[in-house]
Write a protein that binds this ligand. Sequence first.
Ligand SMILES: C[S@@+](CC[C@H](N)C(=O)[O-])C[C@H]1O[C@@H](n2cnc3c(N)ncnc32)[C@H](O)[C@@H]1O
Length: 280
Amino acid sequence: MADGWQWDATLFQGAAPHYERGRLPYAPGYAATLAAALGLDHRSRVLDVGCGPGTVTLALAPHVGEAIGLDPDPGMLAEARRRAELRGVTNVRWVAGRAEDLPGDLGTFQAVVFAQSFHWTDRDRVASAVLRMLPPGGAFVQVGEVKTPQPPVYAAIGELVRRHLGPVRRAGQGVLVNGTPGREDLVLARAGFGPVERIVVPAGEVIDRTADDLVAWTFSRSDSAPHLFGDRLADFEHDLRTLLGAGPYPERLPATEIRLWRSAQHTYTYAHTEEADDAQ
Ligand SMILES: C[S@@+](CC[C@H](N)C(=O)[O-])C[C@H]1O[C@@H](n2cnc3c(N)ncnc32)[C@H](O)[C@@H]1O
């Protein structure tokens, strides 16, 4: 956990309805790339920890026998369920809980995936638990965006959030003085995993983001989730919409970074293309 910060259940409270619209999609084909890298098939089970609205769970479902999404936020799980029903996906299961509850009684998985969620967990404890849930060759997987410079509008939104919520990043009922922790490589090595394999799936398309998209992006984040504004939520949204005007805001979609750590009992030889980037 981040220095002096305590996890609590309000971390993403109210963010779920804004998530699908606000967050940029992962790169096309990333789930197929991951499935091929791990040799997943209809016999495979995958667990998506911190699944949010089920983005990665649902993308992996066609490649496996069963995909389970785990998340502590009831709004996120309701959204995941809604999206699965809408798409007619039946080989998924949604479980309420925290990564710290693992292994629980969920069984073993060919892949345990964290997409922009591992940094919210008690990482050493969770990495050790995940290692025990993997068969030989199974993988601890992280999915995220390759960091690229953001269009200037994001800095302006950040400034407005700080004007309303104060200068230090908020997270649930606490504050993150030093941001969220990095260097997963060290955490996973301590837990007994082998070296990292990094795969970058390119995206690159430029899309026009509307003001509504950027409002949704703002409310989808833990540091500007709706609950943080209390009874000043409408004032904040008014100021945000004034700042954004009509838009649109063109933005290049980021590439998706997949990092795999296979369980050390089954170490492979890796072709590294670049050093792993641990910034989150
Ligand atoms: C940034 S969202 C990522 C959602 C999704 N994985 C994606 O890539 O779109 C982080 C998610 O992690 C969940 N989360 C936060 N702390 C967690 C914990 N300790 N254990 C499991 N999930 C957690 C949050 O509820 C939230 O849904």
